[in-house]
Design a protein around this ligand. Structure first.
Ligand code: HEM
Ligand SMILES: *[C@@H]1O[C@H](CO)[C@@H](O)[C@H](O)[C@H]1NC(C)=O
Ligand SMILES: *[C@@H]1O[C@H](CO)[C@@H](O)[C@H](O)[C@H]1NC(C)=O
Ligand SMILES: *[C@@H]1O[C@H](CO)[C@@H](O)[C@H](O)[C@H]1NC(C)=O
Ligand SMILES: *[C@@H]1O[C@H](CO)[C@@H](O)[C@H](O)[C@H]1NC(C)=O
Length: 556
C-alpha cells in the first residue's frame, strides 16, 4: 500500500515538474517575436503529415491555424504578423500575412530555409527538387531549369489545344448543338492537366479516350496508376515500415489488403515511369533528341547519362530521375486542375465575367475554337487573352492551391510587420510598421490565403470577385508582392508559366465552345447558397474543390 502511494506520489511530482517545465518553455517561446500579438498554442505542427491528413477537420473553428479564417484571424489581433507556439517541441511559430515580410523571407533563402521534413510524402521514390535544400536542391533545379522556356510554353499551348479538342469530342458525341451536359468539373480537369503534363513534360502523348485499359506489361492504366498512388500517398507515408513487413508475412484483416493495394499502386506507377525513362534514353542514345519536344524528361535523363567535368553540378542518380518524374507529375497537374475547377465554378456564378472572356476568345477565334494549333499560336494568342489571365489570377487569389508554406529560421533576422485597426466598412486605419525579431529554430508560416485577402493591398473590397483588379492601367499596377500563389524568390514555382499557359488556353477554349451554367439542382436557389455549394473546398496538400458540378451548354 505504502509503496503504491509512493509510486503515485512520484508520478504526480514528475508530471507536475514536466507540466511546469512545458509551461515555461511555451511561455518563453511565446515571447520570442518582440511586440507581435500572441495567439497561444498551435496543437499540431501544421507541416507534419498527420496535420495535413487531418486538415479538413482540424484546427477547429477559432483555433489558431483554422484555414477558413483567412485574414479574419489577423484582423482580430490588428496585426499582419502573429506569434504562437507549436505544442510539440515548443517551437516558436510566426504567422505572416504581410507582403513586405513575405518578400524578405523569400529573398533571404539561406536564412529562411524550406522545411524539408514537410515533404516526406514526395520522397517515396527518392530525393527530388521539391523536398531538398541547399546544394542538392540547386543541382536538381539546374537540371530542370532549361526545360522551362518559351519554346516549351508554345508546346504546352499546342498540347492543351489537342487535349481540349479530344475532351470536346467526347462530350459532343452525346450532345446536339445547343444541348447541355452536367459534368463533375474536377474529374475532367484533372484528366486534362494530367494529359498535358504527361505529354509536354514527358513525351507521353496519350489521348483522352486511351488509358481505359492497362497497356501490355502493365497492371494498371497510366491514369489509374497516378490517381491510385495519389490516393494512397498518406497511407504509404504514415504506415511504419515494420507494419508493412509484418503484413507481408501475416495476413492482418483489413490492413493487409489495404497495404497491398498501396504497394501495388506505387509499383504500377514505377513501371510506367521506368518506361518513360527507357524510351527517352533510347532517343538520347539514338541521337534523336532533336525530335523530342518533351525537354523536361530529356534533361532529367541526360543528367544521368553524360559524365561531364561538372558532373556533381548537373548530374542525377537513377533514383533522383525517377523521383523527379513523380514530383513533376504531381506538382504539375493537381494544382492547375484545382485552380481551373474553381475558375469554372466562378464563371458559372458570374455570367458577366464569363461574357467578357467569351468576347476576348471570339476576337481571336471568330469562327469557333481552333481544332489544332501551330508553333506560333502561343505567341500570337496568349498576349491577347489579358482578361482571361486576369480571371485566372483572381481565381487563384481566392483559392490559392498551396494555402501556406513553412520556413525554418537559420539565423537571427528581422521582419517588418504592420499594426492596424479595422473600420466597420472594412478599411484599415492607422497602419503602422513594426519590427519583428526572429531567432534560429523558430518556424515562419507564410499564410498565403490570408495575404491574398489582406485589405492593406487588395482594398476593402478584397472579398469581392473582380478580375479587373489584375489588369494594369495608366494609374494602377496590381500589387505583385501581395500575390504569392506561385511562391517567390529562388524557390518559386518552376512551372508558373507552364500553368498559366495551359490554364488560359483551356479557359478561353472552354468558354468559346460552351456556356458554363450552375447545375439544375441549384437553379432558383439564392446566390450565396449556389456560391457556397459550388465553391466548397477542403484543405490538404493543395486545397481541393469538393462540389464543383456545372452544366455546359454547347454554343454552336
Ligand atoms: C496553378 C498551378 C500551380 C501552382 C499554384 C503552383 C504553386 C507552387 C508553389 C506555391 C510552389 C512552392 C512550393 C514550396 O515552396 O514548397 C511550387 C513549387 C514547384 N512547382 Fe508549382 N505550381 C503550379 C503548377 C506547377 C506546374 C505546372 C509544374 C510543373 C510543370 C510545377 C512544378 C513545381 C516544382 C518542380 C516546384 C519546386 C520548385 C523548387 O523547389 O525549386 N508547378 N509551385
Ligand atoms: C469564434 O469567432 C467568432 C468570430 O471570429 C466569434 O463571433 C465567436 O464567438 C467565436 N466562438 C467561440 C466559441 O469562441
Ligand atoms: C497482394 O496481392 C497480390 C495479388 O493481387 C497477391 O498475390 C499477394 O499475395 C497479396 N499479398 C498480401 C500480403 O496480401
Ligand atoms: C546514374 O545513376 C547511377 C545509379 O544511381 C549512378 O551510379 C551514376 O553515377 C549516375 N550517372 C551520372 C552521370 O550521374
Ligand atoms: C457536396 O457533395 C457531397 C457529396 O457529393 C454532398 O453530400 C453534399 O450535400 C454536397 N454539399 C453541398 C453544399 O452541395
Amino acid at each position: 500500500m505504502a509503496l503504491s502511494h509512493l509510486v503515485a506520489a512520484c508520478l504526480l511530482a514528475w508530471l507536475t515538474a514536466r507540466g511546469v517545465q512545458k509551461y515555461f518553455s511555451l511561455h518563453d517561446a511565446s515571447r520570442l517575436f518582440g511586440a507581435c500579438p500572441n495567439a497561444g498554442i498551435v496543437w499540431l505542427h501544421p507541416f507534419r503529415t498527420i496535420a495535413t491528413v487531418s486538415a479538413p477537420w482540424f484546427p477547429l473553428k477559432n483555433q489558431t491555424g483554422y484555414y477558413f479564417a483567412k485574414f479574419a484571424f489577423y484582423a482580430k489581433y490588428g496585426s499582419t504578423c502573429i506569434s504562437s507556439v507549436t505544442l510539440s517541441g515548443s517551437i516558436p511559430t510566426l504567422w505572416v500575412s504581410d507582403a513586405h515580410a513575405i518578400k524578405t523571407i523569400a529573398s533571404l533563402s539561406a536564412i529562411f530555409q524550406k522545411d524539408v521534413e514537410a515533404y516526406e510524402a514526395l520522397n517515396i521514390y527518392g530525393p527530388n527538387m521539391v523536398g531538398t535544400e541547399g546544394a542538392d536542391w540547386k543541382r536538381h533545379r539546374r537540371v530542370a531549369n532549361p526545360a522551362f522556356n518559351e519554346a516549351s510554353n508554345a508546346f504546352v499551348w499546342m498540347e492543351t489545344v489537342r487535349v481540349m479538342n479530344e475532351w470536346f469530342a467526347e462530350m459532343n458525341a452525346k450532345l446536339t448543338p445547343g444541348a447541355s451536359v452536367t459534368i463533375d468539373a474536377v474529374e475532367d480537369l484533372v484528366q486534362l492537366t494530367l494529359l498535358v503534363i504527361a505529354s509536354a513534360g514527358f513525351g507521353r502523348r496519350a489521348s483522352w479516350q486511351e488509358d481505359a485499359t492497362p497497356p501490355p506489361g502493365h497492371t494498371r492504366a497510366f491514369r489509374a496508376a497516378v490517381s491510385t498512388a495519389l490516393a494512397c500517398l498518406f497511407t504509404r507515408v504514415l504506415t511504419p515500415p515494420w507494419i508493412y513487413a509484418l503484413s507481408a508475412r501475416v495476413r492482418l484483416p483489413l490492413i493487409s489488403p489495404a497495404l497491398n493495394e498501396t504497394h501495388a499502386a506505387f509499383d504500377a506507377l514505377r513501371v510506367h515511369m521506368l518506361d518513360l525513362m527507357s524510351l527517352s534514353r533510347a532517343w538520347v542514345v539514338g541521337g534523336k533528341v532533336a525530335d523530342m519536344d518533351a525537354g523536361l524528361l530529356r534533361n532529367l535523363v541526360e543528367a544521368n547519362m553524360t559524365e561531364t567535368d561538372d558532373a556533381q553540378h548537373k548530374s542525377l542518380t537513377d533514383e533522383e530521375v525517377l523521383s523527379n518524374i513523380f514530383t513533376f507529375l504531381l506538382a504539375g497537374h493537381e494544382t492547375s486542375a484545382h485552380s481551373l475547377c474553381f475558375a469554372v465554378g466562378l464563371l458559372a456564378l458570374y455570367p458577366d465575367v464569363q461574357q467578357q472572356i467569351f468576347q476576348e476568345a471570339s476576337n481571336i477565334w471568330p469562327d469557333g475554337c481552333p481544332t489544332s494549333a501551330s508553333a506560333s499560336s502561343y505567341k500570337d494568342y496568349m498576349p491577347k487573352l489579358q482578361y482571361t489571365l486576369a480571371t485566372f489570377h483572381e481565381t487563384m487569389r481566392f483559392f490559392t492551391p498551396v494555402a501556406r508554406l513553412c520556413k525554418i529560421v537559420q539565423a537571427d533576422a528581422a521582419l517588418t510587420g504592420h499594426r492596424f485597426t479595422t473600420e466597420p466598412n472594412g478599411e484599415l486605419r492607422d497602419v503602422t510598421p513594426f519590427l519583428v525579431p526572429v531567432k534560429p529554430g523558430s518556424i515562419v508560416i507564410l499564410d498565403i490565403l490570408a495575404l491574398h485577402m489582406n485589405p492593406m493591398y487588395w482594398g476593402s473590397d478584397a472579398a469581392d470577385f473582380k478580375p479587373a483588379r489584375f489588369i494594369d492601367t495608366e494609374t494602377y499596377r496590381w500589387p505583385r508582392d501581395a500575390f504569392f500563389a506561385f511562391s517567390g524568390g529562388a524557390r518559386s514555382c518552376i512551372g508558373q508559366r507552364f500553368a498559366l499557359t495551359e490554364s488560359v488556353c483551356a479557359l478561353a477554349m472552354l468558354v468559346r465552345a460552351y456556356e458554363i451554367c450552375v447545375p439544375d439542382h441549384l437553379l432558383g436557389k439564392p446566390f450565396e447558397e449556389q456560391k457556397s455549394a459550388l465553391l466548397r473546398w477542403k484543405p490538404g496538400v493543395t486545397i481541393t474543390p469538393t462540389n464543383c458540378t456545372v452544366r455546359l451548354r454547347r454554343r454552336d
